[in-house]
Design a protein around this ligand. Structure first.
Ligand SMILES: *Cc1c(COP(=O)(O)O)cnc(C)c1O
Length: 379
């Protein structure tokens, strides 16, 4: 039995953060602007293969600004993946617009292109052309981008990619966040790299990026005094926080490799258990960073073993796990939103569990998780 808690997804310092933090402190640049912000933006843009990045206070802020720049207003409708974290959908409500929730496909667990087209047609028939499609790459798995971009193009609806969990994941050799008109990243404490809290907006379009920087710094007009013509936000990333990001960015490829190793380790040792399956890359078009390793237990095939039974058994051993995201169409706060559902995310939520997936998990801890899961199934 381990005495130290085994975390689901812990922050992981590289040791390189201090150098950049010292620079920031020594130069007195403890401000929301500074060289670390610009450098970190350039690094994230280069890494994801987009022209520009705008560093922000969170991924949620990035989605909010992306929707504003697409002109989303009160009474508009915006399509979003239903199987996600609430941060994908909340910013739609900040603008008093209505989320239209679209269920997942079984292959990727992400937005189902068939349900998406159904939703688009149905909304158009009701006189409401959706203003945007927010597509999520959950747990690092890329969505089926060819099919989704095809629907979006045929109905001329812009795509925002929520790549908060998918930094470094690829679809057909291209990194996530670079497919939509805009993409967003998160550097929250549980993500693959972290600034403690932070996010970024990605785009090839310089106007979106300069607009993002403008809106994120209280929308100050060019004047010697403080003058404002539109509503602004305090959403910029600070130079101190960006220093941590630079230290983290140096080890991003190692972090991705380690998260993927975690996945393949669990897959190798646990996929033989009855009723157990994993979130697998459907074919070679997909490369997941495997931010979290997620496992599904089908109770019809597992001899009565359930996700919840496993979660409680592991908790008693000081192993942190979590059910998969509860889909937005099942959330009380979004219960009134139109939803196009097919049962896929309901089943995943019911039967799925996230296993400890930190990049600083030790071999002993991982062995202990595997042994504990096997023991639960053997009882
Ligand atoms: C973490 C996350 C976000 C939000 O990022 P924050 O930086 O925490 O605001 C958005 N979408 C998804 C899918 C996430 O996992």
């Amino acid at each position: 039995m381990s005495t130290q808690k085994i975390w689901l997804s812990s922050p992981h310092t590289s040791g390189r953060e201090l150098k950049y933090l010292h620079e920031a402190l020594d130069s007195n640049l403890i401000a929301p602007l500074g060289p670390n912000v610009t450098q970190f933006e350039n690094e994230m843009a280069a890494f994801t293969g987009v022209k520009h990045a705008s560093a922000l206070s969170s991924g949620t802020a990035a989605i909010h600004l992306a929707l504003i720049m697409l002109g989303v207003k009160s009474g508009d409708e915006v399509i979003a993946s239903s199987f996600t974290f609430s941060a994908t959908v909340n910013p739609i409500r900040y603008l008093d617009a209505t989320p239209v929730l679209v269920d997942s496909e079984a292959d990727t667990w992400n937005m189902c292109p068939v349900e998406l087209e159904k939703a688009v047609k149905d909304r158009i028939s009701k006189g409401k052309t959706p203003k945007a499609i927010v597509v999520v790459h959950l747990y690092g798995m890329p969505a089926n981008m060819d099919a989704i971009l095809d629907v979006a193009a045929r109905y001329n609806i812009p795509v925002i990619e929520d790549a908060a969990e998918a930094l470094g994941s690829e679809y057909k050799g291209k990194r996530m966040g670079s497919f939509g008109l805009m993409g967003i990243l998160s550097f929250n404490g549980n993500k693959i790299i972290t600034t403690s809290g932070g996010g970024a907006l990605l785009s090839d379009n310089d106007e979106f990026i300069s607009r993002s920087r403008f809106l994120a710094t209280q929308a100050r007009d060019a004047a010697p005094h403080y003058q404002h013509s539109v509503i602004g936000y305090n959403y910029r990333m600070s130079n101190v926080v960006a220093a941590i990001g630079r230290g983290q960015a140096e080890v991003l490829l190692e972090r991705i490799q380690k998260r993927r190793e975690n996945f393949f380790f669990y897959l190798e040792h646990l996929s033989g258990l009855p009723g157990v399956s994993f979130q697998i890359e459907p074919d070679e078009s997909y490369f997941s960073n495997h931010w979290l390793t997620t496992m599904v237990i089908d109770p019809a095939l597992s001899g009565g073993k359930t996700r919840e039974g496993l979660r409680i058994a592991l908790e008693a051993l000081n192993i942190e796990t979590r059910p998969l995201w509860k889909p937005m169409h099942l959330q009380p706060v979004f219960s009134e939103c139109p939803a196009y559902v097919n049962g896929v995310s309901d089943r995943l939520f019911e039967n799925g569990i996230c296993l400890p997936s930190s990049s600083n998990i030790t071999d002993e801890e991982r062995d202990f998780v595997v042994a504990s899961v096997k023991q639960f199934f053997s009882k």
